[in-house]
Design a binder for this molecule. Structure first.
Ligand code: 6PG
Length: 470
């Protein structure tokens, strides 16, 4: 019996995806560069083993799959993907589909599409979110490629995807790089969401002086309200966890230096290239980079001894009361930015990205899954959206939540507590809703030193100022 699909790369994500596919009733052929891993995986597959076809060679893998053969490549992003494609190419025939399911840079994906052009082989760039657990029991899947390739894998991917109520969290989003681009922005939003939550934690720890158990309880409460989301849920769990070695809260023994593998940074780079402001995401990426400068920060703290000021008892209650709404307002601004970046990319690359669908397939399975995405989907279904901040559904929510964000950012500034993503979100909101900004002065300066010219509010054309000099 032929396998329905193949998979290369039995790391954490690959093996969990393979088990998910097998569990959904599909035969799957698997191959791993280190052969022993393939056998170990098949041996450990328990009752799913009869749907798993362990292959010792790539030739064997290719020969076991029903044509046209879809093969998921789940290896480290970058050069390993190109190596795998090069190794597979001579073994495949027309209409076979290589599917890169890693966190690829969409520009690499576009290049891979171009390189396969005319070869008869096809490619899918597929964003998969949900970590290990998602891969095993239902991830959110963002597909980019030719529609004919999508049709070949639609049933399998639909079966293995997360479900929001009954809706499968998988969709074909557009040609070539569309899927990987959307996954990148998903991660950019993920960075902003995580950073803003971390800033709230910082306020509670340094400004309010709350213990982790009380913090965990707060996050649990918030998870029942408008912030209801996976990231809030796991934050509550993280804060409640104890380190077995020391008996201390786990968060207290973790070094404050965050890693990053690239997707957040790419979101910001792409946003900048298209001239789309994504300041909350930028702040989140920069915050990770600053976190990496641990020794520099230690030295600087010794120089500027005035550490964050603890709020007084009465003040502390008001501070805490504002945090839920503050985080909500910040979150709306960050998502508005992420979606604006996708809108711009959709135009730039002629992808026709379906915004409501993207919000819908993020409602379950992925790391940023939340109730809130349902409201975003509805906002896009209501009619054309220029920016989520002015979408009717969000206007009232923002009006209600912004004052709390404003007070929170102001208090952080006064107390010396860093809140880069929350304050960027607020600054973005305040700048976006200011009809008469201050760029008139920037224009005057540009004209003064470089004769760049400016537009006038009361006349057409290109003008220069009466600056004098030579
Ligand atoms: C997901 C995650 C996942 C992973 C990324 C982000 O959607 O399941 O985004 O893809 O956690 O690698 O990782 P970094 O924080 O390491 O950049």
């Amino acid at each position: 019996q032929e396998a329905e699909i193949g998979l290369i790369g039995l790391g954490v994500m690959g093996s969990n995806l393979a088990l998910n596919i097998a569990e959904n009733g599909y035969r799957i052929a698997v191959w791993n560069r280190t052969g022993s891993k393939t056998q170990e995986f098949a041996a450990g597959a328990g009752e799913l083993a009869d749907r798993i076809v362990p292959c010792d060679t790539l030739e064997e893998l290719v020969a076991s799959i029903r044509r046209p053969r879809p093969i998921i490549i789940m290896v480290q992003a970058g050069a390993p993907v190109d190596e795998q494609i090069a190794a597979l190419r001579p073994l495949l025939s027309a209409a076979d589909i290589m599917i890169d399911a890693g966190n690829a840079n969409f520009r690499d994906t576009m290049r891979r599409f171009r390189e396969l052009d005319g070869s008869g082989l096809t490619f899918i760039g597929m964003g998969v979110s949900g970590g290990e657990e998602g891969a095993r029991h239902g991830p959110s899947i963002m597909v980019g490629g030719a529609q004919s390739s999508w049709l070949r894998v639609r049933d399998v991917l639909t079966a293995i995807s997360a479900k929001y109520k009954d809706d499968p969290c998988v969709a074909w989003l557009g040609p070539d790089g569309a899927g990987h681009f959307v996954k990148t922005i998903h991660n950019g939003i993920e960075y902003a969401d995580m950073q803003m939550i971390a800033e709230i934690y910082g306020i509670l720890r340094d400004g309010v002086g709350l213990g982790t158990t009380e913090m965990a309880r707060l996050f649990e409460t918030w998870n029942e309200g408008k912030l209801d989301s996976y990231l809030i849920e796991i934050t509550a769990k993280v804060l409640a966890a104890t380190d077995p070695a020391t008996g201390k809260p786990v968060v207290d023994v973790i070094l404050d230096r965050a890693g990053q593998k690239g997707t957040g940074r790419w979101s910001v780079i792409e946003a900048q290239m298209m001239g789309v402001p994504a300041t909350a995401i930028e702040a989140a990426v920069a915050a990770r980079s600053l976190s990496a400068l641990k020794t520099e920060r230690e030295a600087a703290e010794a120089i500027y001894e005035d550490r964050p000021v603890r709020f007084g008892k009465d003040r502390a209650r008001d501070v805490v009361d504002d945090l839920e709404a503050a985080l909500f307002a910040g979150k709306i601004a960050a998502y508005a930015q992420g979606f604006a970046v996708m809108e711009a990319a959709s135009r730039e690359f002629a992808w026709g990205l379906p915004m409501a669908t993207i919000a819908r397939i993020w409602r379950a399975g992925c790391i940023i899954r939340s109730q809130f995405l349902d409201t975003i989907a509805e906002a896009f279904e209501d009619g054309p959206v220029t920016n989520l901040l002015t979408a009717p559904r969000f206007v009232d929510l923002m009006k209600e939540a912004v004052p709390a964000l404003r007070r929170t950012v102001a208090r952080c500034a006064e107390a010396g507590i860093p809140a880069p993503a929350l304050s960027s979100a607020l600054a973005y909101f305040d700048t976006y809703r200011q009809a008469r900004g201050t760029a008139n002065l920037v224009q005057a300066q540009r004209d003064f030193f470089g004769a760049h010219g400016f537009e006038r509010i009361d006349a057409e054309g290109h003008h220069h100022g009466p600056w004098g000099g030579d």
